[in-house]
Design a protein around this ligand. Sequence first.
Ligand code: 13P
Length: 248
Amino acid sequence: MRRKIVAGNWKMNKTPSEAVELVNMLKPLVASDDVDVVFCVPAIDIIPAVEAAKGSNISIGAENMYFEESGAYTGEISPAMLTDAGVKYVVIGHSERREYFAETDATVNKKVLKALEHGITPIMCCGESLEQREQGVTMDFVRQQVKIGLQGVTADQAKTVVIAYEPIWAIGTGKTATTEQAQEVCGEIRKCIAEVYDDATAAAIRIQYGGSVNGKTAPDLFAQPDIDGGLVGGASLKEDFGNIVNYK
Ligand code: 13P
């Protein structure tokens, strides 16, 4: 049985002091024995958020990371900086980073490999645009993102990776994919992992759905056989995040 994982992606929201307030507010609401709970926060919020989350079931994640160890990369954050600060997870290749910051499947792959090398669990994002869905190429596109993103990743490493399927048209729009649409693509991603690796790897890897998840939509989504939790934007900044974690 795969353990469910619910991660908040705060995006570019909350100053360091606001981050502490939000962690303290949500701490009692997201307490859970059977769901992994992750708050992926802006880089500058990581240290205060780790401190505020101490003694709780919340793990702190980053929203991005660079793929080099150190050096002349002004403005970037290295994997060692993240682990030293107490980070356990990192979102890689979010569609907003692909769209606004020129991330590609190739850079996503480099970052996934580097995160794994440092013992950070990558939450690797994929998902089609509305145009691609209408063109009927969703599965081809998502399969390609997943296959390239995992190039060079061993089966043992792949078992620890989290894949977040986030249809771009469902992000921040209030348009959640239907349960059937979300399950269909998450199931296809698992099939793709079985083809690239093997059945054991496909059975172990965790696949989240993301895109306008809230406390009302989470129960049906998370009950699907291939959906192992969610990557949550807007609702992760509110009390509703507690309902999503405790969706049962
Ligand atoms: P929303 O939940 O705000 O739609 O954002 C989803 C997302 O992009 C999480 O990474």
